[in-house]
Design a protein around this ligand. Structure first.
Ligand code: SAM
Length: 301
């Protein structure tokens, strides 16, 4: 899974655990993309670390809960690779939720066909997106279309269509109908291992806090103070992080939280005795991203 220097970096972090650990390096190229979304803040690049986290346990968790699902890559991967017996994904945004509700229901094939049959032009896209939807599956189609043709996949109000995109292909540059239909159809093959809940992740966490043998992947909307100021990536971007940390400290099960690297996050984690580690991601274009992982104290990554 990890090679060369990546393996060494991971091993270093395995054996040199400290309150703020050595950096781990993740290479995104090794990850299979299962989600139909291109999601801002998506955690595809974190898949190798989550896989390692779930596989190193003595016993596979009965349940993996992905609390702020978004594009859902962690939940999808865990279900597809059977890293947990069952996966529950939770998302508050009704547009994003409509996609998961549709793909995990009997309407997945409808959505795949709708995508394949859509002729993408700027005019058609405006018409399709502005048309009032009459049911969940139509909302799902509109959401996927917007996600694929808007800047950075941003679904928040006010996000605009891609103008130039890749190779000057404009709105078509991220619209791959065959790939999207294939992904949707592939998810259909293991959807019986996934439950989706449209709702508030914090409420759900409170409800399941005491259930044993559940692992939690928690990737809340968060922007480090001063970074990307004023830029909204999500329609639902405000949560009470102190409250989230308080709930997490009551969980019986194992957890992994991910955050932008910020002093305030380290403080919230350390105040509750959690373990904080630092991950470095190298993307396919050699871009680098840092992220904090917060896990229970006793957890060895
Ligand atoms: C950082 S993104 C998650 C990205 C995801 N891990 C992925 O790989 O695509 C945070 C998500 O939390 C959702 N969200 C915001 N508040 C929420 C809440 N109270 N309960 C559940 N989801 C929420 C946002 O709509 C957004 O999709």
């Amino acid at each position: 899974m990890f090679q060369g220097t990546e393996r060494q970096a991971l091993q270093l972090s395995l054996f040199e655990q400290q309150p703020i650990s050595k950096s781990k390096i993740v290479n995104v190229a090794s990850v299979r993309q299962l989600s139909p979304f291109r999601y801002p803040g998506g955690k595809t690049w974190l898949v190798p670390i989550v896989r390692e986290w779930l596989q190193q346990r003595d016993k596979k968790p009965a349940e993996l809960v992905e609390v702020f699902a978004g594009g859902g890559i962690i939940g999808l991967t865990a279900a597809q690779e059977r890293l947990a017996d069952h996966v529950t994904m939770i998302e508050l945004d009704p547009d994003v939720a409509s996609v998961w509700l549709t793909i995990l229901s009997g309407d997945a094939e409808w959505l795949a066909e709708k995508i394949l049959g859509f002729e993408l032009t700027v005019l058609n896209a405006h018409e399709a997106i502005e048309k009032p939807f009459s049911d969940t599956k139509e909302r799902a189609f509109q959401t996927i279309l917007r996600n694929r043709i808007c800047h950075g996949g941003i679904l928040a109000h006010g996000s605009g269509f891609l103008k130039h995109g890749e190779n000057g292909k404009g709105i078509a540059s991220r619209w791959y109908p065959e790939t999207l239909a294939k992904r949707i159809r592939y998810i259909m093959t293991f959807r019986d291992r996934i439950t989706f809940i449209e709702g508030d992740g914090l409420c759900h966490l409170r409800n399941v806090a005491k259930i044993p043998d559940v692992a939690f992947f928690i990737d809340p909307p968060y922007t480090a103070p001063g970074k990307r100021a004023g830029k909204r990536l999500y329609n639902f971007f405000e949560i009470n992080h102190e409250e989230l940390f308080d709930i997490v400290s009551t969980l019986n099960g194992d957890f992994m939280m991910t955050y932008d690297d910020a002093g305030s996050v380290r403080e919230m984690a350390e105040a509750r005795g959690f373990f904080v580690s630092h991950v470095l991601m190298k993307g396919t274009h050699h871009n680098k991203m840092f992220e904090l992982l917060v896990t229970p104290c006793e957890h060895i990554l």
